[in-house]
Design a protein around this ligand. Structure first.
Ligand code: CA
Length: 707
């Protein structure tokens, strides 16, 4: 009888029963939260962090106030979960009834006891095994998962959407969301709403083609609807009137390239209007002269698009960057709020959006009408937004029409996927702001011979990608923004140009991590720093907060990552000493009065470049190697052959010195299981050229030029 009962228990329940750590709420069946749309729009729901942006509003605001401005200084470590097998950790965990769910590197999903950090289950989707050539564009990070009616739904870089039983971690269904032959990948969190789950993908820079997002039935994984961000070939007919309208804003034969618009983030369900709001991707290639030679707005690139939640049919759109030509994707989070914009006029149902292009938009959710827009970051591509037309007033020369030009914000944006948060008590939005320019030069690009890439980067314009990024290249800030007055209220300067997502609470607090390993809490009203801890590694992820049995916790994933760390890299990132797998990756959870010692994570490491005697790089070979490096290697190994810490620094690699080892790794894929892609297309001569380039960079670093 006893054996029989045990035999029927699920794996997860068994582990808990054996460990004797059943969380309180699990033992009370009546207290179990059904995570559905009602729960995710319930203002009274306090304890759980149910979704990517905490609930359907995407505000990342928690009504919990046990941790507050008066006691946050007593915050200490409650528990730490070491994650030595992971690399970049950039995700937002979800908590439901005392269990914390998160995705780590390569979308490995885990459930842990939110009170103790004890592992309940783990599911490894074996992403690398499914990746193939995609490993070249698969940087291994995942921004999160979605929880809906007992299912945990994850997405993998190779394009699978997988529904897991939240109790056991066992897969229920798996759906491939794109043709695996296409150079697309997924880094974002799926979003569940109204018994559907939506996911997009990335790849505009690698030849992803015609952008789309797809909704699937949560119960079965079967496709419900698809929305194309870019219209197809008019000769084939259009899917609907919205696509026909969009086609009028394109010129040339864009369908041959596809146009881009890959949408890798920013899905917000707006229950009040029963619509899903999508922040769409940038053009592919970036240079509009190639993509749509006679100009045009190029709908629905770089837009907020509202779709009917049930049918996926177009309702309205607002385009933030018409005819984009600067990688100004609008895939930054879309936050819902009710704001009184003019005194006495009552509250309006608005969305707030701060995309890469540097403007902060307040938009009416009813019809997509622009209500206000002001720059929150340094902006030189436009002088403002014309409120009559809702269109940007572009600065002359910004499109690098006649000559190269330096433009703010950079290709990384004034704000990227690092989530902003909104606190209804202070009325402020907390934006992780970035200040960095990009230099645009297409004078050496032959538009006529340009070919769409496949699994390699080609954006149709030279922006210096692959060249080193100096230590002081840019700056960043935690910026408190008043969305009603459209102006900055306070700002805290932060190191470097890359930063991390924010979270705010009813305790009048804002939490944010930094690139230098500092995790801090600020007074949400004035930005005064009230608490901080050194976590010993760079932070990219946003924190969350939740309560179990009446006690409030703050959790944060620590594992340096993101596009700027990998394909930016360079001296800008390397200066912090976050070496490849050098510091322990972990999930940290803090509580007031907790006092566990911070785990030893490993010393800072700096690349020790190898300069063997007798190797004099050949200038011509090194030059050819630089071109190869920029197109094939820089995206993970870092700008100018300086690793940002996401991968080994090649200047310090023994393998690069030995022809046979280099061939085994690059051509034969000997290190594929650790994430190093196989490059069958690189010949022995190519490897020689790469070797000479890397040696040259090593010598440069050992003997800096005197000037
Ligand atoms: Ca992009």
């Amino acid at each position: 009888m006893k054996a029989n009962r045990l035999g029927r228990m699920t794996g997860a329940a068994m582990i808990l029963a054996i460990a004797g750590t059943l969380p309180g709420s699990w033992s009370r069946a009546s207290a179990e939260t059904v995570v559905d749309d009602a729960a995710m729009t319930d203002a009274a729901q306090k304890d759980n962090w149910l979704a990517y942006g905490r609930d359907h509003s995407e505000q990342r605001y928690s009504p919990l106030d046990e941790i507050n401005v008066d006691n946050v200084s007593k915050l200490g470590l409650a528990w730490a979960l070491p994650l030595p097998a992971d690399r970049a950790l950039v995700g937002t965990p979800v908590t439901v009834d005392g269990v914390l769910y998160f995705t780590g590197s390569y979308s490995v999903a885990r459930a842990v006891d939110a009170k103790t950090g004890k592992l309940i289950w783990e599911y490894d989707p074996e992403t690398l095994k499914h990746a193939g050539d995609r490993a070249r564009m698969l940087w291994g990070w995942s921004r999160g998962l979605t929880f809906y009616k007992g299912k945990v739904i994850i997405a993998t870089a190779d394009g699978r959407l997988i529904a897991l039983d939240s109790k056991t971690g066992k897969p229920i269904w798996t759906t491939q969301t794109f043709d695996p032959k296409l150079p697309l990948h997924i880094s974002g969190a799926p979003k569940a709403f109204r018994d559907l789950v939506i996911i997009g993908n990335g790849g505009s820079e690698q030849g992803g083609g015609r952008g789309f997002i797809t909704a699937y039935h949560v119960d079965t994984g079967k496709e419900a609807w698809k929305f194309y961000v870019v219209p197809g070939n008019p000769a084939d007919g259009f899917e609907d009137a919205a696509q026909e309208m969009a086609a009028k804003t394109w010129t040339g034969e864009w369908w041959k390239i596809g146009g881009g618009g890959q949408t890798w983030n920013a899905f917000t369900y707006d229950a009040e209007f029963d619509q899903i709001l999508i922040g769409t991707g940038n053009g592919g290639p970036w240079n509009q002269k190639i993509r749509s030679p006679q100009g045009g707005d190029n709908l629905f690139l770089c837009s907020v698009v509202a779709l009917d939640a049930t049918s996926g049919k177009y309702k309205w759109h607002y385009q933030t960057t018409p005819g984009e030509t600067w990688d100004y994707t609008s895939t930054m989070d879309i936050v819902l709020a009710d704001l009184e914009l003019k005194e006495g006029e009552g509250k309006k149902k608005v969305l707030m959006h701060a995309p890469k292009n540097g403007f902060f938009y307040v938009i009416d959710r009813k019809d997509g009408k622009l209500l206000s827009a002001e720059p929150f970051a340094k902006v030189t591509w436009a002088t403002g937004i014309d409120m009559k037309t809702g269109r940007p007033i572009e600065a002359p020369g910004a499109r690098y029409e006649k000559e190269p030009v330096t433009i703010w914000p950079s290709v990384f944006g004034g704000h990227s996927w690092h989530a902003m948060s909104y606190n209804p008590n202070t009325g402020l939005v907390y934006i992780p702001k970035m200040e960095l320019p990009t230099h645009w030069d297409d004078s050496k690009i032959d538009f006529n011979s340009w070919k769409k890439p496949s699994f390699q980067i080609d954006v149709g314009v030279d922006v210096g990608l692959g060249g080193d990024i100096p230590k002081d290249a840019g700056t960043s800030f935690l910026t408190a923004w008043d969305p009603v007055k459209q102006k900055k209220v306070w700002e805290v300067p932060q190191p470097n140009y890359w930063n991390a997502g924010t979270m705010t609470t009813a305790g009048n607090l804002v939490f944010q991590g930094q690139i230098d390993g500092k995790f801090a809490a600020y007074d949400a009203r004035d930005g005064k720093e009230l608490w901080s801890v050194n976590v010993g590694s760079g932070i990219s992820a946003p924190p969350i907060t939740y309560a179990v049995d009446g006690k409030q916790y703050v959790s944060l994933l620590v594992g340096f990552g993101g596009a700027a760390v990998a394909y930016g890299g360079g001296s800008s990132m390397a200066q912090y000493g976050w070496g490849y797998r050098a510091q322990l990756r972990q999930l940290l959870t803090f509580a007031v009065g907790a006092d566990k010692p911070m785990p030893e994570v490993g010393e800072r490491t700096f690349a020790k470049v190898l300069t063997p005697a007798g190797f004099t790089p050949d200038a011509a070979l090194a030059d050819r190697g630089e071109h190869l490096y920029k197109s094939s290697c820089a995206w993970c190994h870092g700008a100018g052959a300086v690793s940002g810490g996401y991968t080994p620094d090649l200047r310090a690699s023994e393998a690069v010195l030995h022809d046979e080892q280099l061939k085994k790794i690059v051509q034969e894929g000997a290190l594929f299981p650790s994430g190093m892609p196989q490059f069958k297309n690189l010949t022995d001569d190519d490897l020689k050229a790469l070797q000479n380039f890397i040696r040259k960079k090593a010598l440069d670093a050992a003997q800096p030029p005197s000037n």
